[in-house]
Write a protein that binds this ligand. Structure first.
Ligand SMILES: Cc1cc2nc3c(=O)[nH]c(=O)nc-3n(C[C@H](O)[C@H](O)[C@H](O)COP(=O)(O)OP(=O)(O)OC[C@H]3O[C@@H](n4cnc5c(N)ncnc54)[C@H](O)[C@@H]3O)c2cc1C
Length: 103
């Protein structure tokens, strides 16, 4: 039997991306399947956004400036889209997201 991939990873959170990196290091051909946003909870809604918000709020407080929720949110979105996971992951995987999954 022939296979197109040595490994299929479901979910692109920290666990999935780590698995994808390991697969790449071991020269395994891998498919990464994600139903939502690349990076999972940690990158899109959890650890990274929380740390970003806390840092920005501390900076604003120190500088004595007022920052709106909308401005904070937009800054966070810019920050995330410029990062590694923002469609720019270097894990050497073929990445399947909802627009590319058919059927
Ligand atoms: C507000 C908040 C703050 C946090 N802060 C921290 C912190 O400071 N430090 C820390 O260590 N942890 C933190 N965490 C926890 C951290 O986010 C999780 O431990 C981590 O995201 C788990 O990674 P994971 O890869 O196991 O799962 P997830 O990040 O949940 O990724 C799973 C991925 O799989 C996808 N998926 C699931 N089922 C399917 C399917 N059937 N088909 C296709 N795709 C699928 C999901 O869409 C998702 O993208 C925080 C969490 C939250 C909510």
């Amino acid at each position: 039997m022939q296979y197109d991939y040595n490994i299929v990873i479901i979910g692109s959170g920290p666990a999935g991306l780590e698995a994808a990196k390991l697969a790449g290091k071991n020269n395994l051909k891998c498919a990464l399947i994600e139903r939502n946003k690349l990076g999972g909870i940690c990158f899109n809604w959890g650890c990274i956004p929380m740390k970003f918000y806390i840092q920005k709020l501390k900076e604003a407080k120190k500088a004595g400036v007022y920052i709106t929720l909308e401005a904070l949110y937009n800054e966070k979105e810019d920050f995330l889209s410029s990062g590694c996971y923002g469609g720019n992951c270097k894990c050497n995987c073929r990445y399947f997201s909802p627009p590319t999954i058919k059927g």
